[in-house]
Design a protein around this ligand. Sequence first.
Ligand code: B12
Ligand code: SF4
Length: 505
Amino acid sequence: MPPKVLLFNPKSCNVKARIPNSILSIAASIDGKYDYIIVDGNLEEDPLNKICSYLSKGDVGYFGSTVMPGPQMQQAIPFSKKIKELYPHVSIIWGGYFASNHSTVILKSGFVDAIVYGPGDKTFPAWLDALENKTPLNNIKNLVFREGDKIIKTPKDELYDQDTLPPLPYDKLNLFYPLYKYLGRTFLGSKTIAYHSSIGCPFTCSFCAVVPIYGARWKAKSAANVYKDIKYLKENYGGSAIEFHDNNFFVSEKRTVEFCKLMLNENIDWWAFGRIDTMDRFKDESLALLRKSGCRMIFFGAETGSDDVLKKMSKGGTQTGEVIKSFAKRMKKFDIIPEYSFVLGLPAETPEKVMEQIDKEISFIYEIKEINPDTEIIIYIYSPVPTEGSEMFDEVLQSGFKFPEKLEDWLNPEWKNFDLHKNPLTPWLTAEMVNKIRNFETVINGYYPTVSDVKLSSFQRKFMHTLSSWRYRNRIFNFPYEIKVLQKYWLRYRQPEIEGFENTV
Ligand code: B12
Ligand code: SF4
């Protein structure tokens, strides 16, 4: 019997957990071949203790953790270090977006043995087999590992046909954590499924973490297979709404339409990420079908109203300020809420230009709200992602910006905030600029409270709206403490961009 594998999903949110698709797809890749245990940091009071209780039995030989930027590192880093200290025979592997984009600093820490960069569906079982059979790792694609003092990165593999991958072992997950705990109430429905139906993205936006990993590639499950899984979760676990977690769900209009047709009688509301220009090319009848099939809201990276900045961001496609506006209007006709995210605080030649650009974005957001007041606005402060060679990243490096040189430095509060796109440590942004962005965000969130927060009563919404109206109308953003206090202590206002939708079980 080969040793067991422990798969860990570090805590990622303070509200209720979602189906841990990263770990689950890795579990699927070894299901039936290796015995595995799942520990979910979102559902454990003391996950390290739980992990150690398994490891102390002596039959676990492998520890795999998924790591996205932000809070997950707060457990992944100290836990992996501790495990290496206490159980040096256990081989440790990380995967996920942070691991993929920062493999060198992670491996240099000495307590992580290997990284899967990109999809792990074939790499992970191949790595286990190689260690079990003592065969070389060099032939395994998508892998980074240490060999003596050297760090070896093997070539990228092709993207796999998603329909040929093994099904996610939902029933097995249910043995470790009852699945109903993952199906929380959101504004979409009482039991919301988190589902991932495609990988990668065909675009190459220079600020996006998907690009260095997937390099403009995208592969999706067929509509029929997605529907089959949704039906399974509906019939066996009562799933009644869906959050699609794909980077870009709507790449294919054909697949979208096929999926919508299958969903017509399911009475399931759903939400997903898309691109404005891609969906603006959808036929009217496809958009109408989307709404009929239950699509309530779509998240779009609007990014900026400036065509020059869109170009600098290599947003690609045909997105322009005008398209962003006209599409907001079009969505209104089909009763689908566009959730537009904007990135403020990009580098520019002079501080005046950085500030000027921030002011322009704020004005653009006002315009969008006038065109379609239902548009949800999400604001990020630009945090660089190392898409080497991109015009924007070169500019970032020239400004003196540097990522931490030691893995544990990512645990410092300022780097945690960097990941959350809240406090970006970027040399070109002054405190005045950051405050302006944050205060504007507070005011607009007060004036237009998000519909995705199911805990807000209509009285609370109205109160917050009225309280914020003089600031919003007169564009006075400084020191909006009265709104902040209300958001924090009274309404416990949440930011969907950081925690996902309000989710209560
Ligand atoms: C769900 C999700 C969340 C949820 C997490 C909920 C949960 N799981 O409990 C919430 C809403 C909390 C969240 C929050 C954030 N997220 Co998030 N999130 C995602 C999302 C949409 C899906 C992740 C997922 O399940 N993928 C499905 C699986 C199957 O894909 P995968 O993770 O890539 O896994 C494959 C490989 O990576 C690899 N792999 C992954 N893990 C492991 C582990 C092992 C051991 C191995 C061997 C392999 C392996 O194999 C898998 C199968 O091939 C991704 C985007 C995306 N489409 O992936 C963003 C994403 C990961 N998030 C991102 C960000 C930035 C954040 C935030 C920091 C938000 C912010 N303010 O911007 C926050 C804070 C993080 C936090 N709180 O921890 C970025 C990361 C960007 C970057 N710079 O690297 C992404 C890529 C979105 C984006 N396009 O920008 N997030
Ligand atoms: S379209 Fe979205 S997911 Fe695709 S590269 Fe651009 S930002 Fe990333």
